[in-house]
Design a protein around this ligand. Structure first.
Ligand code: GAR
Length: 191
């Protein structure tokens, strides 16, 4: 059984889909939900699924032990970012290496980087008059929204779109693709 920690800062709609997808899996278990926000919506989903949670604090995460001992104690094999706001510290990259995956709500390498989160991303895409946007699932490295791409899917940007309507279309794509892509990556690297 591979044990996953989901890191999320917000509503947690992707986390919810991942929890649902792996609910009855005998190969992959969502063992921990990690959040930097004690009020994050994702914590309601953790409660609903009976998944343990860990609330992290900035200094310890970014400049201290990175909560590596907590993640080790929970026997975490993979880290899945689902709308997580903070940069992943070197302590975690050293430990989990190529076993940290992120989803970004645009077609990287465009519209990524610091501050490019949620609706800010969609507004930038609309401001640039792009005709197409999409999602990028990628490995995490020491830069924001930067590691090797695993998967991309596209959708149109309509002339009538605002950030919220585009976000909805992107969320639909994310919910469809993220859980099975996670499964495929993890099982393809299973020992
Ligand atoms: C998702 O759209 C995800 O791609 C994005 O945050 C949203 C979280 O939604 N992540 C980033 O922007 C990372 N740079 P959710 O809380 O409903 O899953």
């Amino acid at each position: 059984m591979k044990r996953i920690a989901i890191f999320a800062s917000g509503t947690g709609s992707n986390a919810q889909k991942i929890l649902t997808y792996f609910k009855d899996s005998d190969k992959i278990k969502i063992a921990l939900i990690v959040s930097n926000k004690p009020q994050a919506g994702v914590l309601n989903f953790a409660k609903e699924f009976g998944t343990p949670t860990l609330i992290i604090e900035r200094e310890q995460f970014l400049k201290g032990d990175g909560y590596v001992p907590h993640l080790e104690a929970a026997k975490i094999d993979w880290i899945i970012l689902a709308g997580f706001l903070w940069k992943i510290p070197v302590s975690l990259l050293n430990h989990w290496g190529k076993k940290i995956i992120n989803i970004h709500p645009a077609l990287l390498p465009n519209y990524g980087g610091k501050g490019m989160y949620g609706e800010a991303v969609h507004q930038a895409v609309i401001n640039a008059k792009e005709k197409e946007s999409g999602i990028t699932i990628h490995y995490v490295d020491e830069q924001y929204d930067h590691g090797a791409t695993i998967f991309q899917a596209t959708c149109p940007v309509l002339p009538s779109d605002n950030a919220a309507s585009l976000a909805n279309r992107i969320h639909t794509l994310e919910h469809l693709h993220y859980p099975p892509i996670i499964e495929k990556e993890i099982l393809s690297q299973a020992d």
